[in-house]
Design a protein around this ligand. Structure first.
Ligand SMILES: Nc1nc2c(ncn2[C@@H]2O[C@H](COP(=O)(O)OP(=O)(O)OP(=O)(O)O)[C@@H](O)[C@H]2O)c(=O)[nH]1
Ligand SMILES: [Mg+2]
Length: 259
């Protein structure tokens, strides 16, 4: 890395960004050094975490909302954390194919991060990737993580808005949420609402939310029903994200307060 990658990245050089990301993945000392100058140019992007069990439709939903944000002229970074489990081994390729309709759009940058070999360092790598996309001037950074395993990244800690996706007929999921995710979630999405049981799940979730007394100045999680494959409910989801983005006093403290 003979020349300053940071300057190139700030100028919008996508290949420079990809190169630095590779360096981070390889744990290269020069790349880690370079990150220090990247940090000086971060804090502007809005980070949205999208999590949920394998196959709930995270990638399909991310793909759909990219289109809506792009119509608003917002630039997008997508980071798909791939657990590379035996069951989802093809996820990286799958995500690329799924989000292909955005591949020629210069306003969209998509990157997968394989978790294999990271162990404890995954959170750090994730944060670094987010910082690089932030320095690339992406307005919105969507981070897809699988929220079922034990070793998953706790994206809620870095996300400005945290979305948890559920699907009808997932009783276990609700149990998992009681165990803690509920504390950090901003938007609950019931995807595959075309399937039976969406109404039941919705009332279960509403019941859970009612157990807590929300103060008037406190954000109460929104529940949004979507059918990602049919692009249904996706406008409502983006509207909820943007509502949370401007909601006063909440977790939106990482940015530059440009409101
Ligand atoms: N019926 C129905 N199927 C959907 C919907 N959204 C997504 N799917 C399907 O669900 C499957 C999984 O979708 P993905 O977007 O890959 O799900 P994911 O959560 O990203 O999966 P992983 O990354 O492997 O955890 C695909 O076959 C989608 O076509 C929906 O609203 N309704
Ligand atoms: Mg996916």
């Amino acid at each position: 890395m003979e020349m300053k990658l940071t300057d190139k990245i700030l100028e919008g050089d996508v290949r420079a960004a990809a190169r630095l990301m590779r360096g981070i993945e390889d744990d290269a000392p020069e790349a880690i050094k370079e990150l220090e100058s990247i940090y000086l140019h971060t804090g502007r992007a809005y980070v949205v975490g999208v999590t949920g069990a394998p196959g709930v439709g995270k990638s399909t939903l991310v793909d759909a909302i990219i289109g809506i944000f792009r119509r608003e002229n917002m630039t997008i970074g997508v980071l798909a954390i791939d657990p590379t489990s035996p069951f989802t081994g093809g996820a990286i390729l799958g995500d690329r194919v799924r989000m292909q309709r955005h591949s020629l759009d210069k306003g969209v940058f998509i990157r997968s991060l394989a978790t294999r070999g990271y162990e404890g360092g995954l959170s750090k790598a994730t944060t670094s990737m987010i910082h690089i996309m932030d320095a690339m001037s992406k307005d919105i950074i969507l981070v897809e993580t699988v929220g079922a395993g034990q070793a998953e990244v706790d994206i809620t800690k870095v996300a400005d808005t945290s979305i948890v996706i559920l699907t009808p007929g997932m009783g276990d999921e609700i149990q998992m949420m009681k165990a803690g995710i509920m504390e950090a979630v901003d938007i609950l999405v019931i995807n595959k609402a075309d399937r039976e049981g969406a109404d039941t799940l919705q009332s279960q979730l509403e019941g859970m939310l009612e157990m807590k007394a929300y103060l008037p100045n406190e954000w109460k999680p929104s529940i949004i029903l979507t059918e990602a494959i049919y692009d249904k409910g996706t406008e409502e989801l983006v509207a909820a994200i943007l509502r949370h983005k401007v909601f006063p006093g909440d977790k939106y403290s990482a940015g530059d307060g440009a409101s």
